[in-house]
Design a protein. Structure first.
Length: 46
């Protein structure tokens, strides 16, 4: 038995969800820098 994976995904997920699922993750350093910058902004506003 063969399944059409593309059809299955299209039936169960929106285009936006599929784009998010198949977008490669950011490198860890980029994620860490983003989190640090976000924390700095929150701290400045306190």
């Amino acid at each position: 038995m063969q399944m059409d994976i593309n059809k299955l995904l299209e039936e169960h997920y929106s285009k936006a969800e599929l784009d998010q699922i198949f977008t490669p993750p950011k490198p860890k350093i980029q994620s860490l820098v983003g989190l640090i910058e976000k924390a700095k902004k929150v701290h400045e506003n306190d």
